[in-house]
Design a protein around this ligand. Structure first.
Ligand code: HEC
Ligand SMILES: [Cu+2]
Length: 345
């Protein structure tokens, strides 16, 4: 039995460690968390094997045989030594693992020893995330998350409505976004690339679509991106106004881009949820706009975008983001409404 248990434990641990449980590891915090996971596997597999082995051998050796139906074994009055052992060993293991977990948690929540730290304000709302930056005194908001590789970033997380949960699985850390309080965590990205941002708290009908992207850039690319955002925020109104007023061609081109990719001020792409033939999108979360906008006037379209809760389209969830009134500039909204009215005629 012991030999069986040892072999099964070794195989179990080997399988447990060989399985690729998680998405790519994208932060230095992730290393410690993944190591902790491996330790948990090493500690828990032998206990699982112990229990299952005893059950299997007991079933084989002590099962009731024909003619024994009415026999009962001798009465058992407990075994103090055994009970002490099976209480003390798991208790010690538990205390040990809790201590280790506490040390890991304390370590991954620590502020970096040197240098100022970037703070990004994260706001959840049904059903989108908005990220607010303050780069050298210049403030701006975006719908996608950008961070430079190798630099610690602290997230101040809040919510405008219900409880959400800010999670980038590749970074391993997550925390609830709770209305009325600010929760925080920090990570240091260690891998370039794009990773999903997920809401990990069921927050309403649009919960599953509350997904954006975290972009990890090298420092130079990040600085260029910040420069663009600062320019956009400073001159954004004028530039967009110019485009919208600058002839039908460019206005409709801009509106189409807005529809298919959103903007960087917090407006997520309409096309992810809506089908619109002219824009080549096939989203099916919300109504097919080719069909439902036929014959509708600009006022209806405008209201549907700015105040989607005013009228919920029949048969669809109340899942359209409610932040477009803020996230689209005046000219952007005008261009989008005009474009939709034209192409759905
Ligand atoms: C997360 C998914 C999602 C996104 C993104 C989204 N919508 Fe919607 N939209 C919906 C859903 C669901 C409905 C139906 C419920 C409602 O009426 O609010 C809807 C309704 C509408 C309606 C009203 C249709 C009707 O028949 O009443 C219009 C118009 C509309 N959306 C346009 C847009 C535009 C324009 C954008 C981008 C600026 C956009 N939507 C972004 C999900 C989305
Ligand atoms: Cu949410």
């Amino acid at each position: 039995m012991v030999a069986f248990g040892v072999i099964a434990s070794v195989i179990g641990i080997a399988i447990g460690l060989a399985i690729d449980w998680f998405p790519v590891q994208g932060s230095t915090q992730g290393e410690k968390i993944d190591t902790f996971w491996d330790v948990l596997i090493i500690c828990s597999v032998p206990f699982f094997v112990l229990v299952v082995t005893v059950v299997l051998f007991a079933v084989r050796d002590f099962r009731m045989r024909p003619g024994q139906e009415n026999l009962d074994g001798p009465p058992i009055h407990g075994n103090t030594k055994l009970e002490v052992v099976w209480t003390a060993v798991p208790a010690m293991l538990l205390v040990g693992l809790c201590t280790y977990a506490y040390i890991v948690l304390d370590d991954i929540e620590k502020a970096p020893a040197k240098g100022p730290e970037r703070v990004v304000k994260v706001t959840g709302e049904q059903f989108t995330w908005t990220f607010e930056y303050n780069e050298g005194g210049k403030k701006f908001k975006t719908a996608q998350l950008y961070v430079p590789n190798g630099e610690s970033v602290k997230f101040d997380v809040g919510s405008k409505d219900v409880i959400h949960d800010f999670w980038v699985p590749a970074w391993r850390m997550k925390i609830d976004a709770v209305p009325g309080i600010t929760t925080t965590y920090r990570i240091t990205p260690k891998r370039l690339g794009n990773y999903p941002v997920v809401c990990a708290e069921l927050c309403g009908l649009g919960h599953a679509f509350m997904r954006q992207t975290a972009h990890v850039l090298d420092k130079a690319a990040f600085d260029r991106w910040v420069q663009q955002q600062v320019q956009r925020t400073a001159g954004g109104g004028a530039a967009a106004g110019g485009a919208a007023g600058g002839g039908g061609q460019s206005a409709s081109a801009d509106a189409k881009a807005l529809f298919t990719t959103g903007n960087s001020a917090g407006a997520t792409a309409c096309g992810g949820c809506h089908t619109l033939a002219e824009a080549g999108t096939t989203g099916a979360v919300g109504p097919n706009l080719d069909q439902v906008l036929k014959g509708k006037d600009e006022a209806f379209i405008r209201e549907s975008i700015v105040d989607p809760k005013a009228e919920i389209a029949k048969g669809f969830p109340d899942a359209m983001p409610t932040n477009y009134g803020d996230a689209l500039s005046g000219p952007e909204l005008d261009a989008l409404v005009k474009y939709l009215a034209e192409v759905s005629k």
